[in-house]
Design a protein. Structure first.
Ligand code: S3P
Length: 436
């Protein structure tokens, strides 16, 4: 248990760890590639180590050279049969089957920890079966998952839920399928896979992709064709916006704070929280500096601000999905009633994030109610503090720490899970609250 005491102002600057979502994709696409790929700034955390282990067991070579990871690919059709332990990594669990499914004659199993065993995989099994793969899962919908590779054919797939993981899975399978494979998403989801596949030489066509951070976007159709080889060459991973978000929100709610977060990924399909913060009246400045490696990155400055409540609409949910627990916290400090709707997907994350956020914030004095697809928060101007149960979920543990700094009495929270995405979180947060 760690206690986070009420804090004085946060100040100073830091760079968050490399992006988790992009790191998973970098390892997978490098493994699918020809020859060697150098990945600059691969995230060193439990989730992304599981992906390195997975590609190793499929036959890829992985060497750490200073800050970079050198990955020797096995090619699109060269994965060795293996039993894969995805640990807690949902992105690995959902994306990897897409690549494996197209390799005729191969057979793989994917399993993971207790939380992963509760996460649905029928959402990837179904489209892969429609493409011709042989996929089995426990009780028809849960891991372990067995993937039997086959000769696939392209499909036009309409995502029943706006999920970047499922979109990515179908697109990866599409690279090995005959003809064209398309995915139509009901709202814009993160597009890291598309950007990375294009950079590796695949033909990826996106139609109707509108990516505004304020509202998310309407339906988009993304299509790929049979691809002979991928050559990623070199990749550079920006800082993780989802990790940076904890510091940005802490600075917004702790009086007199001002922090500068550098080298952060600013992909418009990820930064929906910025639009939400703007609407709530937060003083946020964003400076885009480069689009190195196909992903925009830059600096975000956040200052303590007086907040007003907002309504988060269903179409902006996918571009802020992992930051919605923080929106609930912002709502506790805002004037009025903050609502999030259309976010039933939160129930299928590392924990049921509607239940765990509501339970966690109530335990520290928050006035928050769960709805079927989100939550309703009454702003009370602050939180008392107490003990917050992170339910084994990394984002809930970090939320608890931020609550502690902004609370009147401090918060006790088990920080064990934070290592899944941000092992240096406590040290980074402490550096912003140091008083020398
Ligand atoms: C991710 C997509 C999102 C997100 C998850 C990472 C990804 O999940 O919540 O943390 O890397 O593609 P869904 O695709 O299930 O919405």
């Amino acid at each position: 248990m760690t206690r986070f005491a009420p804090s004085g102002p946060l100040s100073g600057a830091l760079s968050p760890p490399p992006d988790k979502s992009i790191s998973h994709r970098a390892a997978l696409i490098a493994a699918m590639g020809e020859g060697e790929t150098e990945v600059d700034g691969y995230l060193d955390a439990a989730d992304t180590r599981a992906t390195l282990e997975a590609i190793r067991s499929l036959g890829a070579g992985v060497t750490e050279v200073g800050e970079a990871m050198r990955i020797q690919g096995v090619g699109l059709r060269g994965a060795a049969p293996a039993e894969i332990d995805v640990a807690n990594a949902g992105t690995l669990l959902r994306m990897l089957p897409g690549w494996l499914a197209g390799q005729g004659g191969g057979s793989w199993t994917l399993d993971g920890d207790e939380s992963i065993r509760r996460r649905p995989v029928d959402r990837v099994a179904e489209p892969l079966r429609r493409m011709g793969a042989d996929v089995e899962c426990r009780e028809g919908r849960l891991p372990p998952l067995r993937v039997g590779g086959a000769d696939l054919h392209g499909i036009d797939y309409r995502l029943p839920v706006a999920s970047a993981q499922v979109k990515s899975c179908v697109l990866l399978a599409g690279l090995l399928a005959e003809g064209e494979t398309s995915v139509t998403e009901p709202a814009t989801t993160r597009d890291h896979t598309e950007r990375m596949l294009r950079a590796a030489g695949a033909e990826v066509e996106s139609v109707g992709l509108r990516t505004t951070p304020i509202t998310g976007g309407p339906a988009s159709r993304i299509a790929v064709r049979t691809t002979e080889r991928l050559r990623p060459g070199r990749m550079r991973i920006p800082g993780d916006f989802s990790s940076a978000a904890f510091h940005l929100v802490a600075a917004t709610i702790v009086p007199r704070s001002a922090v500068r977060i550098e080298g952060v990924g600013l992909n418009p399909t990820r930064v929906g929280l910025l639009g939400i913060l703007n609407r709530m009246g937060a003083a946020i400045e964003v400076e885009e500096e480069s689009t190195d490696g196909g992903e925009p990155r830059g600096t975000i400055v956040a200052r303590h601000s007086k907040l007003t409540a907002t309504r988060v609409h269903p179409e902006e949910v996918p571009v802020a999905i992992d930051e919605l627990p923080l929106v609930a916290l912002l709502g506790c400090f805002a004037d009025g009633t903050t609502t999030v709707s259309g976010a039933e997907e939160l129930r299928h994350k590392e924990s049921d994030r509607i239940a765990s956020v509501v339970h966690g914030l109530r335990a520290v004095g928050g006035e928050i109610e769960a709805t079927e697809d989100g939550f309703v928060v009454e702003g009370t101007g602050g939180l008392r503090g107490g003990a917050l149960d992170p339910c084994g979920d990394h984002r809930l543990a970090m939320l608890g720490a931020v609550v502690g700094l902004a609370s009147r009495e401090g918060v006790e929270v088990d920080m064990g899970a934070a290592a899944v995405s941000y092992p240096g979180f406590e040290a980074d947060l402490a550096s912003l609250t140091a008083t020398d």
